[in-house]
Design a binder for this molecule. Sequence first.
Ligand SMILES: [Zn+2]
Length: 262
Amino acid sequence: MVDLDRLKEGVRGKKLIVFGPPGSGKGNRSNDLKALGLVAISAGIVLRNRLRDEPNSDLSKKVAYHMKKGELVPSDIIVPIILGSLEQRDVLERGFVLDGFPRTRDQGKVLFSRIDSDLVLFLDVPRSFLTYGVIEGNRRVCPTCQKGYSDFDPPKEEGLCDICRSRLVKRLDDDASIIEKRLKDYDKQVKELLPLLESTGKFQKLSITVDKDEEIDERLLKKIKGEVYWVETDDGGKARMLNLEGMRMRLYNLIWEIFVGS
Ligand SMILES: [Zn+2]
């Protein structure tokens, strides 16, 4: 059994990287790891904070230029920014979970030459969920505190944020054509990145699905409007999916095996 205090002790100072397609729940997994004491570093948030804190610097102007056009921020700009966030004394002491970086093989090479990662976590989510499930789930977000909701994880009161009571808005990037484009971009990235990530020797897959005949507590399954959600798997079968609580348990079990031992 996973003992949370021992797990926190076990992951202290560890360097984790979370990787997966858009819509696979990287933010949620980062939050689960943050709850264990790791510093969560998201490339997107690091860039947005940089723009907020130093809006007039040359660097920020370059970042803003690329982000506005929906392009990846070039490596010569983003690599030093991310490495600067990771290589701070308190971050290295507490350990971190990084998501949204690396995006290219070259970025990965630089990262792994500087940082000796302890775990590269790949979130394995069926393609049909990424293309239809995300839209079926009707994702919305709180414009004030950024907390995300969907029909899988609805707010307590429809349309209002549980935390700050702001009115929720639809996620702008959840249009079918935008999702298709982001997945296409991701496919290109993953083709060149995956062999590098696997070569670290620290690569682990974390699947979101539950086999048809696996018995599991229904409270850990993803439901949509009260019904267990079945998804088409990449091999054409059907599977159930874990919900936030189920994924957190699976993640904690995995890192327990790696960093604490049974
Ligand atoms: Zn809110």
